[in-house]
Design a protein around this ligand. Structure first.
Ligand SMILES: *Cc1c(COP(=O)(O)O)cnc(C)c1O
Length: 394
């Protein structure tokens, strides 16, 4: 039998059939009005999802990593300094990308499982009296550890420091699944990819860019050609792209936004919170810990489950794939083997989550982990059946 089980990786996410179908479009001349008619609603929809009231949205043929690159190469110059906390594999990879572009990264080493250290960021900005730091890089949801940082709090810390650095936010595993407020948080560039909260195939880097960041493009001298947003802006003025766009993905994105807005963004966020809470209750019932150091840091899109001493989280992921054809996420970098991850973002329901928890229990039992079959599923069931109407009303 060819099983089509849901995936429990934190991206790519499960795709609704209606979005998959929307991506299936006949060949279209991207210089025709028909393309503009498809493209403009997608851009306007992303602005609403990000809560932007100014600036511009760019949809680049790339993934989240290309979005990081577009963010820095369009706004910074060789030798510029950026400030970043390193507290997981994704914050690490963005730092590495900056270093390879010749930027100086002032790194705040932070234990994995913690969130961004707002007090230390504030202190670093206050100490930067000659304005060397041009941008602060923030990983909103560290997908490696299942930690959500407080971007609104980060904005306040930057304001308290009275520092004019740009604020770049990696929202790849948060946007469209957890609350995100580009305007209220004073974000200068927000980055995401099509294959996470937007429930599309991989292939689009999605960027929200503030007017301040757009203005920085004129003086920035890092080399860029394909990702040069000034070319994109010229294309926009003519209703399209400077090169051939991925038309199917853009059509799918417009459909994705319709689905998100039909459900209601607040309801989408509440659903993710509730599903995450069910997962967390299951983990507690297993007698296991999550990687996030405190409940306030726990992500609503991914949970990193800490393996008990003497056990290897990667084994769970391997056996789940081989024996039950279900995908979970491995631990990355410093937590490789120490955790396995349950992704719970995108198209997901109570029933799907329960199937993932049940599978994880079978695998852990197969591997001799001290986890009782049914314990986590029961905890999640109790929580889900007790909150189902609450969530519908939210
Ligand atoms: C998935 C992810 C990325 C990388 O995105 P790609 O689309 O794989 O390039 C970056 N940051 C975070 C937080 C992610 O979860």
């Amino acid at each position: 039998m060819h099983a089509q089980n849901p995936v429990f990786i934190p991206g790519p996410t499960n795709m609704p059939d209606t979005i998959r179908k929307a991506c299936d479009v006949a060949t279209l001349d991207h210089r025709s009005p028909a393309f503009a008619a498809m493209f403009r609603p997608a851009v306007a929809g992303v602005k609403r999802v990000l809560k932007m009231d100014a600036g511009e949205v760019f949809l680049l043929p790339a993934t989240g990593t290309g979005g990081w690159e577009a963010a820095i190469t369009n706004t910074l110059s060789p030798g510029d300094t950026v400030l970043a906390a390193r507290f997981g594999m994704f914050s690490q990879r963005w730092i590495d990308l900056c270093q390879r572009h010749g930027l100086t990264v002032e790194i705040l080493e932070t234990p994995w499982g913690q969130g961004m250290p707002l007090d230390r960021i504030e202190a670093a900005l206050k100490a930067d009296t000659d304005g060397r730091i041009k941008a602060v890089l923030a990983t909103h949801n560290e997908t490696a550890t299942g930690v959500r940082s407080d971007i609104g709090g980060l904005r306040k810390a930057m304001d308290r420091a009275g520092h004019g650095a740009l604020l770049f936010v990696d929202g790849v595993s948060s946007i469209a699944s957890m609350p995100f407020d580009f305007t209220a948080w004073g974000v200068d560039i927000a980055v995401t990819g099509s294959q996470k909260g937007f429930m599309l195939p991989a292939g689009l880097a999605i960027l929200g860019v503030s007017d301040k960041a757009l203005a920085a493009m004129d003086s920035a001298t890092l080399p860029r050609t394909y990702f040069d947003l000034r070319d994109q802006q010229k294309g926009y003025a003519a209703g399209g792209y400077p090169y051939t766009p991925p038309v199917g993905l853009i059509a799918g994105l417009a459909r994705s936004i319709e689905l998100l807005e039909d459900e209601g963004l607040d309801a989408v966020f509440a659903r993710h919170h509730r599903l995450a809470e069910g997962v967390r209750r299951a983990v507690a019932a297993w007698g296991l810990e999550i990687c996030a150091a405190s409940p306030a840091l726990a992500s609503d899109t991914v949970t990193a489950v800490v393996a008990p001493a003497g056990f290897d989280g990667t084994e769970v992921v391997k056996l789940a794939a081989e024996k039950y054809h279900v995908a979970f996420g491995v631990g990355l970098g410093a937590v490789a083997g120490k955790v396995f991850r349950i992704g719970h973002l995108g198209m997901l329901s109570d029933v799907m989550v329960l199937s993932g928890l049940a599978t994880a229990e079978m695998v852990m039992a197969d591997l001799g982990w001290p986890v009782r079959l049914g314990s986590g599923v029961a905890a999640a069931q109790e929580y889900f059946r007790g909150t189902v109407r609450l969530a519908a009303a939210a």
